[in-house]
Design a protein. Structure first.
Length: 152
């Protein structure tokens, strides 16, 4: 399956890679593993979805934020490896959800990212291990931040 054809079929256009906002590499390759630095729901570095789930944001808005994180990660991966078809599998997602006090449904928010990766890469390649963690605050008041590990 060609990943770019699948993106087209899903009517998804990858955004431009987000600008760096610190001293780090967006993608670090160690042998056949790609570690993607935390990605937020941003466009050109500007937060598109901010606020805490369970207060200013709904679960559905949190899921949308998680999907935007995936698109930014794929954009960085495309820039780094040149061809998303080189990705063998999603290994792990670490999902941080800015959460209102008492909100405990972070896995439901993380499903937004997991479902999109499954839709793009298929269940076998696109579903990996995952953690979903509630956070008091995230940079720039973003709603979700996700770190990724991919295998090439």
């Amino acid at each position: 399956m060609d990943i770019y054809k699948k993106l087209e079929e899903l009517q998804i256009t990858l955004p431009a890679p987000p600008p760096l906002a610190g001293i780090f590499k967006p993608v670090k390759q160690v042998e056949n593993m790609l570690y993607v630095s935390g990605q937020g729901p941003t466009e050109n570095g500007v937060p598109l979805i901010a606020g805490k789930v369970g207060k200013e944001r709904t679960i559905e808005e949190g899921q949308h934020a998680a999907r935007l994180c995936v698109l930014n990660a794929l954009s960085n991966l495309h820039r780094h490896i040149g061809d998303l078809n080189k990705i063998k599998s999603v290994v792990k997602l670490l999902v941080f959800v800015a959460s209102a006090e008492g909100f405990g449904r972070q896995p439901e928010v993380a499903n937004g990212a997991s479902q999109l990766l499954s839709d793009i890469f298929g269940e076998e390649r696109g579903v990996g291990a995952r953690s979903a963690i509630g956070a008091n605050e995230l940079p720039g008041d973003i709603t979700v931040e996700i770190e990724f590990i991919f295998e090439v």
